[in-house]
Design a protein around this ligand. Structure first.
Ligand code: ASP
Length: 333
């Protein structure tokens, strides 16, 4: 054997040896960095906005905290009893839709025409199935209609009258539009209050099977033009869930959340840039949205049940709990 041939054989052996070793090295290093996973976890928001002790004194603060606390407990109980993340998200949001404190279901804000037009969506992280309703005026629980669209139709979104017909056929409760009326929101509409309104609701849950689900429900923005649809029912903008990364529910100035595909972008930053959920949420909410003046925030859970609750406003009604007994309710930043 001449000298160049010998060198070629030695090189071949060295490359083969390294190629065989590589997978074992990679798996041991990724095992070493896996964070501890919670058996189940749940995070909620009740809207973000510019809140302070003047426009939100102690009495109302306590009312919001109690409502968030009850909603959190309700969702955690569902997950504890082996309920799915979809069941938990639906139960929490139905509860908040019935609570007039929040801008979803009863207590929704008014359009410029003095009507309530509601949007909601839900997404399941296991198979990326999703459902949404937009501009509905008579479905008591828009989140349940979104779930029905996800589970009982081959479509993703229904709007207006068609959504109501579909919801009724699915056995959901249809109400007179006056059901959504509250004095407080009507006053805001009459005074043409835009900026200080908040109260969209959202929830992300991780269940014992490791499945994430995210949902969002809203009356939209006060004085919105009739027919306007925000980010809340748009999959990838106001709501997103993917078991590979995270679940996200957003609240804020919807037009920006749609244009910056906020919820999906957080997932993408995790998947392709390797960011953790907190870093990804901060990148989008505190940098990208701030640069363009898009007010609002997000609540997220990663696939281990770890939360990110990030807002670029002075407050966001929020709550988080998990199977390890952590339980947090907060309003101000
Ligand atoms: N994002 C909602 C919308 O634009 C409003 C909100 O979250 O306050 O319709």
């Amino acid at each position: 054997m001449n000298f160049p041939n010998l060198i070629a054989i030695l090189c071949f052996l060295a490359i083969s040896f390294n190629a065989c070793k590589a997978p074992a090295d990679q798996s041991s290093s990724s095992e070493a960095i896996l964070p501890e996973a919670y058996e189940y976890a749940l995070v909620i928001h009740g809207g973000a906005g510019n809140m302070n002790f003047q426009n939100l004194p102690e009495g109302p603060q306590n009312q919001y905290k109690q409502a968030l606390d009850s909603a959190l407990q309700l969702g955690l109980d569902v997950l504890k009893e082996e309920g799915t993340s979809i069941d938990a998200v639906e139960a929490v949001i139905r509860y908040l839709e019935d609570n007039p404190l929040f801008n979803a279901g009863r207590g929704a804000v008014f359009t410029s025409e003095g009507k309530n037009e509601l949007d909601a969506s839900i997404m399941f992280g296991k198979d990326l199935n999703a459902g949404a309703v937009a501009g509905v005026t008579d479905i008591r629980h828009p989140i349940s209609a979104a779930r029905a669209v996800m589970e009982q139709s081959e479509h993703v979104m229904f709007a207006g009258k068609g959504a109501s017909v579909f919801a009724e056929q699915a056995g959901l409760e249809i109400v007179d539009p006056s059901w959504f009326y509250t004095e407080k929101r009507y006053e805001s509409y009459r005074r043409a209050v835009e900026k200080e309104e908040h109260g969209t609701v959202g929830c992300v849950a991780l269940d014992r099977e490791g499945n994430l689900c995210a949902g969002t429900s809203t009356g939209g923005m006060t004085n919105k033009k009739y027919g306007r649809i925000g980010d809340s029912p748009i999959i990838g903008a106001g709501t997103y869930a993917n078991n590979a990364t995270c679940g996200v529910s957003a609240t804020g100035h919807g037009e920006y959340f749609i244009r910056w595909t906020v919820a999906h972008q957080i997932s993408v930053l995790m998947e392709f840039k390797g960011m953790d959920v907190e870093a990804a949420a901060r990148e989008v909410v505190e940098k990208q949205l701030v640069e363009v003046g898009g007010d609002g925030g997000v609540v997220c859970l990663d696939k281990y049940g770890r939360p990110a609750m990030v807002t670029n406003t002075s407050g966001m009604f929020r709550a988080y709990g998990n199977s390890a007994g952590e339980h947090l309710v907060a309003i101000f930043k």
